[in-house]
Design a binder for this molecule. Structure first.
Ligand code: AP5
Ligand code: MG
Length: 222
């Protein structure tokens, strides 16, 4: 089974992907995280992606497909996987089906109002060492500026500046309807409200996923 999470910037895809992965023991694949790692390592691919990410634009379908192909062909991903932020466009969805078309899938859209999104993104901080994500408003660190898990310095993502947030939201708006229609046509679409605490949202997620994923451990094809 492949679980696809999509939704606007700040809707909680990364947060929920982590919780889903832990509960159902599935690896999570975040194209945003993979790209940020490439940027911070200064790899050729990272150098190509950096300028686009900084301005809130999408990286090319071909680059992202290459990253996903690699991530889904690992041994850990054999039972299934959770995709965070991929696919974002219909061509990406079609590429994914060509890469791994026999697997069943469900695409869950996380719905959150714009005001909450902007607040969440403004308050998000990421640990420079362990990459844990926190939020100054919802879950402030015990020691200001330091990660609760490892003591690393908390930083703001470079694309969480207001003008870049606006562009990311605009890009999402243009892709959302065709992507939603694509998964509706395939009868693989679901949505949950992303408002409320992360635990409340996760409760809605498991309401959708439990019936779909309970067969996984009985050795059925994922
Ligand atoms: P990506 O990293 O995927 O960014 P995004 O889609 O803009 O989403 P975010 O990571 O900002 O938000 P999220 O939904 O994961 O929310 P989170 O859980 O962190 O992509 C970045 C860039 O990479 C793109 O702009 C593009 O350039 C490139 N890229 C990536 N994938 C690509 C693709 N497929 N094709 C082309 N280009 C691609 O939560 C946000 C904050 O809110 C956190 O602080 C969190 O603690 C908090 N929070 C979470 N849940 C709640 C809750 N229920 N209540 C209150 N606060 C909450
Ligand atoms: Mg994310």
């Amino acid at each position: 089974m492949r679980v696809i999470l999509f939704g606007p910037p700040g809707s909680g895809k990364g947060t929920q992907a982590g919780l889903i992965g832990k509960k159902y023991r599935l690896p999570t694949i975040s194209t945003g995280d993979i790209l940020r790692r490439a940027v911070s390592r200064g790899t050729p691919l990272g150098r190509q992606a950096e300028a686009l990410m900084k301005q809130g634009s999408l990286v090319s379908d071909e680059i992202v497909a290459g990253l996903v192909r690699e991530a889904i062909s690992t041994k850990e991903a054999r039972r299934g996987y959770v995709l965070d932020g991929y696919p974002r466009t219909v061509p990406q969805a079609e590429m994914l089906e060509r890469m791994d078309g026999r697997r069943s899938e469900t695409a869950i859209e996380i719905l959150v109002g714009q005001e909450a999104l902007i607040k969440r993104l403004a308050g998000r901080r990421v640990c420079s060492l362990c990459q844990a994500v926190t939020n100054l408003e919802v879950n402030p660190p015990r020691l200001p500026g330091l990660c609760d898990s490892c003591g690393g310095t908390l930083e703001q993502r470079s694309d969480d500046r207001p003008e870049v947030i606006r562009e990311r939201l605009r890009v999402f708006e243009t892709q959302m309807v065709p992507l939603r229609d694509h998964y509706r046509k395939r009868k693989a679409y679901g949505s949950v409200s992303g408002e409320g605490t992360p635990a409340e949202v996760f409760g809605r997620m498991t309401g959708l996923l439990d019936p779909l994923l309970e067969g996984l451990d009985k050795g059925r094809q994922g």
